[in-house]
Design a protein around this ligand. Structure first.
Ligand code: ZN
Length: 578
């Protein structure tokens, strides 16, 4: 082909014009690729890689952690003690060794939170029932009543405080239940029946104890209603434990999150009355205790002022300030659309520390509660790093503190969340793993309340196991460990628990170990013993791991079932997170 100059120029111009367009297109494409992070779309972890990672969660590794965490040298891991410091160091060292990143926005592993310790001086505490100004009963501290200032004041003195009986004191719109009927009870001392209605399976889930039935709900409600004080009537059936548990737990130093009450609006005191003191109180008002307790079991109940009956109260307490620690690790997600959504694992690292010696032993080692949960969650985090490229959402591992003091570490997080709760798909809580061997069954506390149940069922089936619901609903276990703090801010939460249908164990093993567990609960004897076989904890942790990967990589977030008490707050949080 022969070219004259004109053609050559025309051609080169055309070619260079063509080149510069091509060139700029390439630049733009390149920039686009870069902007979208130079990433080819991520590939969720394959089943093979998940299986291999799950196998890294072993009985031996879990036992090794428990041997250290539950050793005497960690002194029972009480908050704000050297035992806690050593525990926190151990967890952080393990997370670093496993390649789990710091999980807090400031780039650290630590969320510190302030605790306020309160000790009531029982020798100075007094409570008098008065009828028309006449002292009708002078109650004895610990034997007949327990009470403490609830406004962070050192001294509370009340004279002629008026009393109102409020039944269960519940407002539950989902059950169309309101014990206050619009009556103004502010400035009064409210007297509560404990627990929640159990006479109708359609109401408050029959004899299961909902949060409405927990003592903490009663005190929170009294504060919300602007009450001057709150007293719960103790009966063993409605509490689920004898008076001794009440006098012991409130007879020693108790902790709250510092600054969690507004002294100007908080009730002056909270407390409990024994059954006998309650009988005496209502008799002065012309009622029998049975009469008023029965009256509460009706949607038509309305507050009952105890006319002419008043209370004089005098309480003195001292306070101590300290802080405790949540340890937070993170494995980042890789999916562009989902990596800013989260799945949270929680497991409390604290226990009861050093208490009165029992046969010379004063260290509460907390091997089951909760060294086992921390151990299993460390191994689960390690397994997850094996497949981290294949994870769509981000996973947070929260080793929370001060659970034994009232879920305080997780409660603090829920009030000072490091990520928006509306961006969190689910919470898996690991508190007290299976220490005695593999079982065919697996308990879910929270069974049927949210879509995590279906996820667990799928993976349990694949492992030839059976998911069963809470076997003791009347104990209200859903409200007694850290998942509850996450549920309160709407996060679909689940509390996996140990089964009891053991594989390859002798006849009667389940009953025997159940007895051992009950006698070691919150006792210095919660230590590794001859029954221990952590293959059970490993199998359960692997099931939790497989289910969690599924939840981390699903398109949709988990959700509560319609009508669940946490559905409303979830919807509000999802809206707020937009
Ligand atoms: Zn625990």
């Amino acid at each position: 082909m022969n070219f004259c100059t004109t053609h050559v120029t025309a051609f080169t111009n055309k070619f260079s014009a063509h080149c510069s367009t091509l060139f700029s297109t390439l630049i733009v494409a390149g920039l686009l690729l870069f902007a979208t992070g130079c990433q080819s779309p991520m590939v969720p972890a394959s089943q093979d890689s998940i299986d291999r990672a799950a196998e890294t969660i072993t009985a031996e590794a879990i036992l090794n952690h428990v041997e250290i965490l539950a050793s005497d040298s960690l002194e029972g891991r009480a908050p704000a003690t050297p035992g806690e410091e050593m525990t926190v160091d151990y967890i952080i060292t393990q997370l670093k060794a496993k390649g789990v990143e710091p999980g807090m926005p400031d780039g650290s592993y630590i969320q510190e939170f302030p605790l306020l310790g309160q000790r009531v001086d029982g020798s100075k505490a007094s409570m008098q029932i008065k009828n028309g100004g006449r002292v009708a009963g002078d109650l004895e501290y610990s034997a007949e009543f327990m009470a403490w200032p609830s406004n962070e004041e050192e001294r509370v003195t009340l004279e002629d405080a008026e009393l109102v009986y409020v039944g269960y004191g519940i407002q539950a719109p989902e059950y169309d239940w309101d014990d206050y009927k619009g009556v103004d009870v502010s400035g009064k001392v409210l007297v509560f029946k404990n627990s929640d209605p159990a006479y109708d399976d359609e109401l408050f889930e029959g004899d299961a104890r909902l949060y409405y039935g927990r003592w903490s709900y009663k005190f929170e409600k009294a504060a919300e209603m602007g009450a001057l004080g709150a007293l719960i009537i103790h009966t063993t059936p409605t509490a689920g434990y004898p008076w001794l548990v009440v006098s012991n737990s409130w007879g020693r130093e108790r902790f709250t999150l510092k600054g969690s009450v507004d002294p100007t609006t908080a009730p002056a005191f909270n407390g409990w009355l024994t059954q006998r003191s309650s009988i005496a109180l209502f008799e002065e008002a012309g009622y029998t205790l049975k009469e008023v307790l029965d009256a509460a079991d009706s949607p038509d109940f309305a507050p009952m002022p105890l006319n002419g009956i008043t209370l004089d109260v005098d309480l003195t307490s001292s306070y101590s300030n300290m802080s405790s620690t949540n340890v937070v690790g993170k494995i980042g997600g890789n999916d562009r659309a989902l990596k800013d959504e989260y799945v949270i694992f929680s497991s409390h690292h604290d226990h009861l520390g050093i208490t009165y010696p029992v046969e010379g032993d004063s260290i509460n080692n907390g091997a089951i509660d909760n060294a086992s949960g921390v151990a299993a969650m460390l191994e689960l985090a390690g397994a997850m790093t094996e497949i981290e490229e294949g994870l769509r959402r981000t996973t947070l591992f929260m080793f929370v503190g001060a659970e034994e003091m009232g879920l305080l570490g997780s409660l603090y997080w829920s009030r000072n969340p490091s990520v928006h709760p509306g961006k969190v798909s689910a919470n898996f809580n690991m508190d007290s793993m299976q220490p005695y061997g593999e079982t065919s069954d697996f308990v879910l506390i929270g069974y049927g309340r949210n879509s995590l149940t279906e996820a667990f069922q799928k993976h349990a089936e694949a492992a030839g196991r059976t998911i069963i619901p809470d076997q003791a609903p009347e104990q209200g276990l859903f409200y007694r460990s850290d998942h509850f703090s996450y549920a309160r801010v709407g996060i679909p939460a689940i509390f996996p628990n140990a089964g009891s249908d053991y594989l390859n164990k002798p006849e009667g093993f389940a009953e025997e170990t159940a007895r051992v567990t009950a006698s070691n609960y919150h006792a210095v004897s919660d230590e590794i013993n001859e029954y221990w076989d952590t293959s059970g904890a490993a199998a359960d942790a692997q099931l939790i791991f497989r289910t969690a990967i599924d939840v981390i990589n699903r398109d949709e977030m988990m959700e509560w079932v319609d009508g669940d008490e946490f559905k409303a707050v979830r919807e509000a949080m999802l809206e707020d997170a937009k």
